[in-house]
Design a binder for this molecule. Structure first.
Ligand code: PEP
Ligand code: MN
Length: 375
């Protein structure tokens, strides 16, 4: 399904600061004091790598009683930072009042935060306040891994007439234990790209990782996934930052980090490389077709088993059998140099489809259809 978004190319409103460099938006998680913001902005501007300066003025905090942003006064500090460094500015807006105040203070780019994207009422309020205004808006993915919410927010903003639009991939909350603060779930961002290829997506490795040591890894991966830019939190002294201290980097660390990133190009220049890649892709296409064929054959056998079980009053799930399949195949996959985790996930997906199919057969008289739970 292709989305019907009306989008202007990214370079109509923001460009990388230098050639052969990723587009970079950076700045403190929160504007804390005028000195902190302006001094950080100067050091960041000096790197020559920034396309825009970010700072949170109104902070959506999970618990009350924490620092909730410096508020409107911060807009004046941003104005000063912009005047002194020439950097365009970006802030998060979460209400119609934020939009009005930010625009009145000359903020160049607005973004919708992850918690707001998860709430269609909030997004609609922001969209209504944006009607008739020509300002770029970036929409962060919602906190929860729900692609429709992200798409819905982009559509609401776009329907209000905002065509300078981008998504920000900042990861998703998950109950699974992980090294990351927010799981990247890259497939969700890639999925959005396939729905709306013209929509630029900027990666936010700060909020994905929650820890500065992991930022280079995620930033590089984002570039390798052909994301259009990066938003990274940078503070003059992260150790004393009022918010997100662990994930902020100093301007000089940011300079080094971004300098070490490799920019690869999606288009292939050399004819030789092109041919070699085409040949390999051809082989992959053939194998993929075979995999699908074999899966279909497998599913036909599952159907037979389902009918057999139904006719003979046998339960669908036989835990021992499933355990045996999982163990054996994972070992086999390992011997063939497949990652165990990958084989296990693949088998789980196939298994849950088999169960769904058999449940359908058992209950064929009820007319109820279940969706695949694993996808
Ligand atoms: C932020 O960028 O400072 C922020 C609050 O991020 P998110 O909405 O992704 O949590
Ligand atoms: Mn932050």
């Amino acid at each position: 399904m292709k989305l019907d978004l009306k989008i202007q190319p990214l370079n109509t409103w923001i460009k990388p600061a230098q050639e052969n460099q990723p587009l970079l938006i950076a700045g403190p998680c929160s504007a804390e004091t005028e000195e902190q913001l302006v001094a950080t902005a100067h050091l960041l501007a000096k790197t020559g790598r920034l396309s825009a300066l970010r700072a949170g003025i109104w902070k959506p905090r999970t618990r009350p009683g924490e620092f909730e942003g410096i508020g409107s006064i911060g807009l004046q500090w941003l104005k000063r930072a912009k005047e002194e460094t020439g950097l365009p500015t970006a802030v998060e807006v979460a209400t119609a009042k934020h939009v009005e105040e930010a625009l009145a203070a000359g903020v160049d780019i607005l973004w919708v935060g992850a918690r707001s994207t998860a709430n269609p009422f909030t997004v609609q309020e922001i969209a209504d306040a944006l009607r008739g205004v020509d300002v770029p808006v970036m929409v962060k993915n919602p906190v929860n891994p729900d692609l429709s919410l992200w798409i819905g927010a982009l559509e609401r903003i776009n329907n209000a007439g905002i065509t300078k639009l981008a998504g920000i991939h900042r990861g998703f909350s998950s109950h699974e234990k992980s090294a990351f603060r927010n799981e990247p779930m890259w497939d969700l961002a890639i999925n959005l790209k396939t729905h709306a290829p013209e929509l630029p997506i900027i990666n936010d490795p700060s909020h994905i990782t929650g820890s500065r040591d992991l930022i280079p890894y995620v930033a590089q991966k984002a570039l390798d996934m052909d994301m259009q830019g990066l938003m990274i939190e940078s503070h003059i002294d992260p150790s004393v930052a009022w918010t997100d201290a662990k994930q902020q980097v100093t301007p000089s660390a940011l300079d080094e980090l971004v300098g070490n990133l490799t920019l690869r190009k999606p288009e292939i220049k050399s004819a030789e490389v092109k041919d070699a890649l085409a040949d390999l892709r051809n082989q992959i296409d053939k194998i993929d077709d075979l995999v699908i064929q074999k899966l279909a054959e497998r599913m036909q056998i599952v159907e037979k088993i389902g009918n057999y079980k139904k006719d003979n009053g046998i339960t669908i799930l036989q835990v021992n059998r499933w355990d045996e399949i999982l163990q054996k195949r994972t070992r086999y996959g390992k011997a063939l140099k497949l990652d165990e985790n990958f084989t296990e996930k693949l088998l789980e997906l196939i298994h849950s489809e088999s169960i769904r199919k058999q449940t359908e057969i058992m209950n064929s008289d009820s007319g109820i259809k279940e969706n695949l739970t694993h996808a």
